[in-house]
Design a protein around this ligand. Structure first.
Ligand code: PHE
Length: 350
């Protein structure tokens, strides 16, 4: 089984074959009879191409066939013009009223589409999309987030560390570099900009040493951070509900469950009602809820590390883009790695 050939590619190959043939005829080195066998015989390039017509999409096959015939006639005529072949007299006809062949159109990768959609959703409630380093100091990924060196909580993130002997260690804070295992490194970096209030949505690549049906070593997260005066858990819940309804659909609801993160207090795990059974419970979700990701009220130590003025507090949340995409109703992927396998047969479906 060969792969399908897009029609424009097939026609491109035919035209190339025609040009090569015309060049060979113009060259005048070989006898016309030899050329006729080489260019039109059973082993010719044109004959090989003609056999491949079955890989052209069925709807275009008739048109592709017309082009094959035209190329054949053009070659026959060129041979005849050299005077030694008795080519049948035909006139090459070109019908300008025939419909054109639509070239296949690409589209943005589905993860990019999801990132754009998430950005637009948060934009509507004044969250600004920012970017922070994806290769960063260990300090921003862990230390500043209330996870000092050797703190066991760091084990939750299967982190890639960068080895660099030449790195000049300026202080204990800036001594090691990581491929960011989450987008939370953007929290203290954003606070360091010293503009309050903060309404940040940081979408970036993250890296963890994991690969299986639900993990890829590179994935994306989006991190929300809201810092203002008198921010409460109700604000967080309001934003979560808003996002779930916008992204997953108006029927969806969220719930928060107590959890633990070093950098939020209290911390939550956020669930959204299952899109397949609408919260009633089914094979996919078991009890009607699907886990979205983490959230919580920013820990005072993190605010301190970011030098946030007294009187301000806030919430943060961080979720996987791919995960959210897979949880959307109608996109039931059973293997996250499909997203990065570059198989157009899969990507074309979205
Ligand atoms: N960074 C956490 C993770 O990767 C998620 C999180 C973000 C939790 C912000 C709380 C607040 O799992």
């Amino acid at each position: 089984m060969s792969d399908p050939i897009p029609t424009p590619n097939f026609i491109g190959m035919l035209l190339e074959c025609q040009q090569d043939a015309l060049d060979a005829i113009a060259d005048g080195e070989k006898s016309a009879e030899r050329l006729r066998i080489e260019l039109l015989g059973a082993k010719s390039e044109l004959s090989k191409l003609t056999k491949q017509i079955r890989f052209v999409p069925a709807v275009d096959r008739a048109q592709a066939g017309t082009v094959v015939n035209q190329v054949k006639q053009t070659i026959l005529q060129a041979l005849a013009a050299r005077g030694t072949t008795q080519a049948p007299k035909t006139t090459l006809s070109f019908d300008p009223t025939m419909p054109g062949i639509e070239p296949p159109e690409g589209h943005l990768h589905i993860v990019t589409q999801a990132i754009e959609e998430i950005t637009r959703i948060f934009e509507r409630i004044s969250f600004i999309r920012v970017r922070h380093p994806e290769v960063d100091w260990d300090w921003y990924a862990f230390g500043a987030l209330n996870m000092p060196e050797n703190h066991p909580a760091r084990d939750e993130w299967e982190t890639f560390f960068i080895q660099n002997e030449k790195l000049k260690v300026k202080s204990e804070m800036f001594s090691r570099i990581v491929l960011t295992p989450h987008t939370s490194n953007g929290q203290v970096r954003e606070m360091e900009k010293k503009t309050l209030p903060i309404r940040m949505i940081n979408i970036a690549k993250c890296y963890r040493r994991q690969i299986d049906v639900s993990h890829t070593p590179m994935f994306h997260q989006f991190e929300g951070l809201y810092i203002d005066r008198h921010v409460s858990i109700s604000h967080l819940k309001g934003v979560l509900d808003y996002f779930a309804k916008q992204f997953f659909g108006p029927q969806r609801k969220t719930r928060i469950r107590p959890f633990h993160f070093q950098f939020t207090e209290p911390s939550f795990e956020v669930d959204v009602t299952c899109g397949v059974c609408n919260g009633r419970g089914c094979k996919l979700c078991k009890e009607g809820w699907l886990e979205l990701g983490g959230a919580g009220m920013v820990h005072p130590n993190v605010l301190k590390n970011g030098n946030v003025s007294a009187g301000y507090n806030g919430f943060a949340f961080g979720w996987g883009v791919e995960r959210c995409f897979m949880m959307k109703a109608g996109t039931q992927l059973d293997d996250i790695r499909l997203l990065y396998s570059n198989d157009v047969r899969f990507l074309e479906q979205f």
